[in-house]
Design a protein around this ligand. Sequence first.
Ligand SMILES: Nc1ncnc2c1ncn2[C@@H]1O[C@H](COP(=O)(O)OP(=O)(O)OP(=O)(O)O)[C@@H](O)[C@H]1O
Length: 235
Amino acid sequence: MRLDSSAEVRAGASHQARGDLALRRVQFAFGAARPVLGPVDLSIPAGSRLALVGPSGSGKSTLLQVLAGIQQPTAGSVEFAGAPFGSLDQDARARIRLARFGLVFQFAELVPELDLAENVELPLRILGRRVERARIAELLDRLGIARVAKRVPSQVSGGERQRAAIARAMVHDPAVVLADEPTGALDGENGRAVLALLLECSNEAGATLVVVTHDQSVADRLDRVVELRDGRVVA
Ligand SMILES: Nc1ncnc2c1ncn2[C@@H]1O[C@H](COP(=O)(O)OP(=O)(O)OP(=O)(O)O)[C@@H](O)[C@H]1O
């Protein structure tokens, strides 16, 4: 597979694009506390790539969790692919998240007992989809972890774990990829390489990408930057 992030490739991928996200007057509060988010209005067109930035505690991770349906907004609506998403019950949101979203977190969050290849295959197994060995091998190779695919997460480096987390997020061809500080635990060079892979893979899949980051160089590589302050979009 070739390395290309041109607009034509993105446009070419748009026939598969099906990952519009929209937030309308969304608020979120933990319990009875005052809202930590909102009201937020945000449209994220299918196939676009957005960085979510802002000071610590400004609500970036919370917003990502609302987008993922992990948290339900306390007011307002979240739509995915033009249909209500945030208002569905927890099980329905989880089913959609599993089938259509790929998630990448700062510390990979792989299953410690499974080797990297098994971790990558896991979404397909949970979804009851066929595990095509050749495709898994290609993905592992693409992400530079074929050599360590039979090792468990504790036997590989942080960068290798993060590459496996990206492969796991992409293996079921998601419509949306949500990443929370995906390079935050990696040094500069490793972080840049992992970010490049995340961008390439989501680009080729035509997936919508939202990345929470503190790192300006990460934000600079995405199409659009949304800045949060005290739970509101300021730029
Ligand atoms: N489980 C929780 N219960 C109560 N308050 C929480 C919880 N998680 C986060 N918060 C609060 O919600 C606000 C937003 O937190 P969030 O983690 O979304 O910010 P962030 O911008 O991602 O921060 P950081 O950059 O430090 O990760 C903060 O004030 C935080 O203290």
